[in-house]
Design a protein around this ligand. Structure first.
Ligand code: NAD
Length: 362
């Protein structure tokens, strides 16, 4: 459900899912400080059944140590199979609390209230849960679908601009897969990135609907779901090479999209729509703060992440927006050249947007 003010219906959704069990609420720390009371108020009639935990914020905390904290909290409070876990926060909280739900007592039901653009448009959909390992992103995980996903764009009023841009990264990825109409919407959103939460509602709904349509046909990623990795083969490696939290997930995805578009140029020259889409990605890349990145470190991270050399990987590329293709068999020098072209653009133009005006809180 994606709707302004839908938080007021949270209690109803939880009550339906809960039955006679107890409720374990896992909050992101920043979100709790800003909106904890509002969520507690929304759950006021079932507060007697609720036990709460606040976990530390940030990508670098999406790890085994935070997960242990969640397990300890659940087990200390004697969680049972018919209890219910509610995750409140961004993609990190959803991934981590969802993984805890998937694995504790071999699986307890859960629901999610995503509070960031990435959480709403992407991370809460499709049932992928997990955490990072020092050898790579999301290397530990499980498919475990939540009973509900309740998105209230009102939460976005407090999201720092940098995280809005990061969220736009995943929406722009989806636009590349979906085609022309979605590209229009992204261009408009980029024109007024600071805009009120309601402006985000429709782009989030479109991206979420696109992903939901794909994953409901291919839940376990044996076919078309792999398209959703567009930009992520490079992006995950960029995120890791920069150091978790130094570049946000969606920022790394934007750089990954640009690298994938550059690699696609090895296949065929770009048509008009693809050129327009590449310009959109570049506009967003300009807003990403500068970080030191070199192609050797990124290539090494790609090999680590997927346990293969970069040249042996499969890449999701665009023939044109709306027409993704999966390609492999590139030469190492082609992958490296694409990466270098992306890095040169980022070095020359990154950090030109004012994304530091509000605290990025990572
Ligand atoms: N499971 C999936 O399919 C999937 C898909 C895409 C991304 N992801 C994962 O999602 C994560 C990125 O998600 P994210 O960008 O939401 O990161 P995040 O959870 O770290 O949230 C971003 C920041 O916003 C803060 N925050 C959350 N809600 C807020 C609010 N309403 N107001 C102010 N601050 C708020 C958080 O404390 C954090 O500092 C990555 O770990 C990525 O791997 C998962």
């Amino acid at each position: 459900v994606i709707e302004q003010g839908v938080l007021s219906r949270l209690e109803r959704h939880v009550t339906e899912a809960l039955g006679d069990g107890r409720l374990f609420v896992v909050y992101d720390a920043n979100l709790f400080a800003l909106h904890g009371r509002a969520v507690q108020h929304a759950l006021r009639r079932i507060r007697g059944k609720a036990i709460e935990l606040v976990i530390p914020s940030g990508e670098h905390r999406k790890n085994a140590s935070t997960l242990k904290g969640v397990y300890d909290f659940l087990l200390d409070n004697k969680i049972a199979r018919d209890d219910f876990i509610l995750a409140c926060g961004g993609g990190v909280t959803g991934d981590l609390a969802g993984f805890a739900a998937a694995t504790i007592l071999r699986g307890v039901s859960w629901g999610v209230v995503p509070t960031t653009v990435i959480g709403m448009a992407d991370a809460s959909i499709g049932g992928k849960t997990g955490l990072n390992h020092s050898l790579g992103k999301n290397l530990i995980g499980a498919f475990w679908a939540p009973s509900f996903v309740l998105c209230d764009p009102g939460f976005l009023s407090t999201l720092p601009k940098r995280h809005l841009v990061s969220g736009l990264g995943e929406i722009i990825k989806c636009a590349g897969l979906a085609g022309a109409g979605a590209i229009d919407r992204c261009e408009q959103l980029l024109d007024r990135i600071d805009s009120i939460p309601t402006a985000w509602e429709e782009p989030i709904r479109q991206a979420a609907a696109y992903k939901a349509a794909i994953v409901s046909r291919d839940e376990l990623e044996t076919g078309k779901r792999v398209w959703l990795n567009f930009g992520h083969t490079f992006g995950h490696a960029v995120e890791m090479a920069a150091g978790y939290g130094r570049l946000l997930h969606g920022e790394a995805v934007l750089l990954g999209l640009l690298a994938a578009l550059e690699l696609g140029r090895e296949m065929a020259p770009a048509g008009k729509l693809l050129t327009r889409y590449t310009e959109l990605v570049k506009r967003a890349v300009r807003l990403i703060p500068k970080r030191r990145l070199d192609s050797e470190t990124v290539l090494a991270s790609m090999a680590l992440d997927k346990k293969r050399q970069a040249a042996d990987l499969r890449y999701v590329l665009l023939r044109r927006p709306g027409r993704p293709v999966v390609r492999s068999g590139f030469r190492h020098r082609q992958v490296k050249a694409a990466l270098n072209r992306m890095l040169r653009f980022y070095e020359a133009h990154g950090g030109k947007g004012d994304t530091h005006s509000r605290n990025p809180r990572t």
